[in-house]
Design a protein around this ligand. Sequence first.
Ligand code: KIV
Ligand code: ZN
Length: 506
Amino acid sequence: METNERHWPALTIFDTTLRDGEQTPGVSLSAPQKLEIAAALQELGVDVIEAGFPAASSGEADAVAAVAAAVTRAAVCALARCHEPDILAAADALRHAARPRLHVFIATSPLHMRHKLRLSPTQVLQRARQGMRLALDLCRDVQFSAEDATRTEPAFLHDVVALAAELGVATINIPDTVGYATPAEYAEVIAIARHAAAIRPKAVISAHCHDDLGLAAANTLAGIAAGARQAECTINGLGERAGNAALEEIVMALRTRPERHAVTTGINTRRLCETSALVARLTGMVVPANKAVVGANAFAHQSGIHQHGVIGNASTYEVMRAEDVGASTRIVLGKHSGRHAFEAWLKQRGVELAESERQAAFAAFKRLADTEPHPTERRILELARPARMQPAGWKLLAVAGEDGPVTVRLADPDGRVRQGRGRGTPAEAVARAVAEATGLRLRLAACRAGFESRGDGNVATVTVEFDCEGAALRGQAIAACEVEAVAHALVDALPAARAARVEVSP
Ligand code: KIV
Ligand code: ZN
């Protein structure tokens, strides 16, 4: 079997978070939000960013134009129906793009042609031809999509794809628009497309799958195995109805099982969690805790048996390395946890107990776990540490200011109340407020915020990395909102010993 990556073909990653992803019911992104996501996608290493559908509104056209002007490394794509005004709007929005791509589409299934377009197959072919010709006149890089391709008559799909190849379209996309195909079927449809496009060997066949039956990633992988060389996907699997294939799932499946797929991507996988958290924050679409790759529980272990396994070797219960996606393995202490994991967890936090103390601490922890389903790190430490080890640290008394400047009230290690205020993004504002309140030299290095749905509502989960008086520190917390979670993560990780050295005015 070929395992030498140098010989593997490259797979183009076409991200459509800003177009198909924005079609998620309830999601609408402003131009600055699109720009922020586009910058993150470019850093992530996607090849093509589909920025939107300019004919939708003038605001959308402006947002696509702003992304097109700002992005320099990735190609920027705009979508248009095979209608002259749509195509002109898309070409106009792309006018300042360094690498513009114009994407035209028309539905080809009997159902869509009859009930939506009210056109005969011949008329659809004619519209497709006119649309592609106009697009090719306006842009060198054109993509064509046969909407609802998987419910299209195979012979007609063959004709449409052959037409696109003949006209010189560079990328021919085969959407499973309603998530209807199974992996074997989708591979067959891709094979039809490849056959039809054979007259133009350089034409790239693209996979675009929706998740109505939960098969979007599996179908995309089947399409790649059948010769598709572009995968269309969205961060967190956002998209119409059940969404699109998730970028993080496709990329990590390719990376984790290279011997099954033998293609390469330019994705910097270490940025996956950070990008996912940004998209979740800006779209308001909470990432379920059990979401593959980027969910808060994707590398979390709660049962004693699993914890014992991963403490020995993470591969026992993890198929990819957490750090490869920008996450970390988490031992979640709860009522299922065993003594082994509990003691390892304490040890990681520098708490070494005598045998008699260990038994008492474990018993107290089990009592706590029965009454508090999600005990915080601080709560467990308070309970497990014998009195001789309880630090006189900083305590967060209050935090306010979700939508503006943030104010924090802290108790210092001697119990005196201190106050600070800060501005900026939620994480920066809290870090500045904490720095002012403590008088510590504190610089935020990274903040990863996610949102989880819990039985009783949504919670924010936050990991912060920061530098405090020259020491690199890390904190984690879960709270009702991001600002509160960042404040807990920072304050709970502040070292008491350093705090005691700080000169603060009364
Ligand atoms: O799902 C679909 O058919 C699409 C096309 C417009 C590419 O998103
Ligand atoms: Zn789609």
